[in-house]
Design a protein around this ligand. Sequence first.
Ligand SMILES: Cc1ncc(COP(=O)(O)O)c(C=O)c1O
Length: 381
Amino acid sequence: MHNPIYLDNNATTRCDDEVYKALLPYLKNEYGNPSSIYSLGTDIKEKIKNSRKKIAELINANEDEIVFTSCASESNVSAIMSAVKTNKNKRHIIASPLEHASIIETLKYLEKNGYRVTYLKVDDRGRIDLNELEQSISKDTLLITIMMANNELGNIYPIKEIGDIAKKNNILFHCDCVQALGKIKIDVNLQKIDTLSLSGHKIYAPKGIGVLYIRKSVPYIPLIFGHQENERRGGTENVPYIVGLGKAVELIKNNYDINKKIENLRDYMELEIKNKIEDIHIYGDIDNRLPNTSSIAFKGVNAENLMLVLESFNIFVSTGSACNSKNKAPSHVLIACHADLKNYSPIRISLGKYNTKEEIDIFVKRLESSVNMIRKRTNIQ
Ligand SMILES: Cc1ncc(COP(=O)(O)O)c(C=O)c1O
């Protein structure tokens, strides 16, 4: 049997060797607390500053607008709850229905507590309508929250246009940029983003480190009080992972070539699949997707069965977002797109920088035989 073929990079990525090397000393030898005022601490504080600078540069922000958190979920919840707390006289939020669970669940909580949420309609490819966004705005609207790129479909959203609309109407704009980081350009000024979230483990850094960007002019009330992070996020900093994240960000700075290679591989894979397997459907905004993502269904083939058969061949794909895969309920993203899940339930293939053409060839071969086998068993063919 071949080595594991990992095709689920939107769920998480393998830590890069350089990231691992960079963070290792801070797990043992360089153990000072960055809040200490002796050199063991101040040296570490410098390392944190260094990472902060790299992240700020990448998204065209100022260093003091970057807050380290434990994960992007924390960043999302912090941004939304702060928007609510700092706009006490307003009660309306506009969101895409395709947001990550950390946002959707926060909005559900707010709805139970007197807030009104407008979830924009999406078409069958998961696209939103900017006219509907504009028409949904009222004097009561305090926040628009729309992700830059979707984790399940790979769809890229018109963030600059959304930022313009938010700005024109004097409404806060939060953008979940977790899947966009390293794949498409993020520029908080050009795109007029007020707050945004990032996560380390989607860009070859470890799990358990996130970033919250907060525009300087935006009032902020923390979720976790304390003196760290300029009083915006209490808790002793996760120094090794902050250093690791800084390294990971350094590595993605000029990765146009890597993204192009990944996109070519994804397009090659889809073409091979189309050539070899009949009756398929590719979900999402095909011409406006992340370069690495493919949400693809095979008529009559249950995605979970297919995923399990592929797993038996040491090939790993998902049936939706990782956070959802324990939950047997169909993905809220696919439901919002009115997907025909009875006939076309998709697997998500998300490529990363370690994937090779050889792996894709093995995958397509196994996929073809698995789909044929499941179809035969279920008497579809
Ligand atoms: C779009 C999106 N937002 C937020 C998150 C949450 O990131 P974290 O695991 O760092 O909390 C994820 C992770 O799956 C994601 O895909």
